[in-house]
Write a protein that binds this ligand. Structure first.
Ligand SMILES: *Cc1c(COP(=O)(O)O)cnc(C)c1O
Length: 200
């Protein structure tokens, strides 16, 4: 269990494996931010628990884009332009904050924009007026050097801010149950914890 976090780090409760009972319990305890990895689950829980914010964190196919456009408070796994446009079509009367997922571990099976493509990708997303890039999201490899991987995401963010000083891309969504301490030391503004807060 997380005892306390630095003030600049937010806790995202990843509820993808857990029960409604545990979600309800955490809401009662004051938790405001929850995440789902499947668009239908996000839709269902966002409708069931509209008093808290629901974050989309998993891979997204274009035909499920409407669930994110309509129900997500924010979207952490943006990594292709077509899906971004599909989501934007369903965003109404608001701007959706989004995080660009960067493949910092370099594993081919992980999704995310490559470091090399990040600047170009960012400039492709910026004109989409329904979306607002607020940060970068990344995952470390299970047995890679986590500190180095998280530092790399921070470097990507800093490079982007150096190129686009007006950008709102300040956030770093990184760190999961087994590596969140290192992520915080490397500057995470949001950690995403599932198994170690829900115990499932
Ligand atoms: C499942 C998931 C998490 C949470 O993982 P735990 O190891 O259970 O904390 C965080 N981020 C993403 C993108 C996930 O899919």
């Amino acid at each position: 269990m997380v005892q306390s976090l630095p003030e600049q780090t937010q806790l995202l409760a990843v509820s993808k494996y857990t029960t409604d009972e545990k979600v309800a319990c955490l809401i009662k305890a004051g938790q405001q931010d929850f995440a789902e990895a499947k668009p239908q689950s996000l839709r269902d829980r966002a409708q069931h628990y509209p008093q808290v914010r629901w974050h989309m964190i998993g891979p997204l196919q274009k035909n499920k884009a409407k669930y994110v456009g309509k129900f997500a408070a924010t979207w952490h796994s943006l990594c292709d332009v077509e899906t971004a446009l599909a989501v934007a079509k369903h965003v109404q009367d608001r701007v959706l904050p989004v995080w660009i997922q960067v493949n910092i571990s370099g594993e081919s099976q992980k999704q995310g924009v490559s470091e090399a493509d990040l600047t170009l990708f960012y400039t492709q997303i910026c004109p989409i007026k329904e979306l607002h890039v607020v940060g970068l999201m990344g995952m470390a490899a299970k047995d890679g050097d986590k500190r180095q991987t998280f530092a790399k995401l921070r470097q990507c963010r800093d490079n982007l801010l150096a190129q686009f000083p007006e950008s709102a891309c300040q956030g770093l969504s990184m760190g999961m149950s087994n590596d969140w301490r290192i992520a915080i030391e490397e500057g995470a503004t949001m950690i995403r914890l599932g198994s170690n807060i829900f115990n499932d």
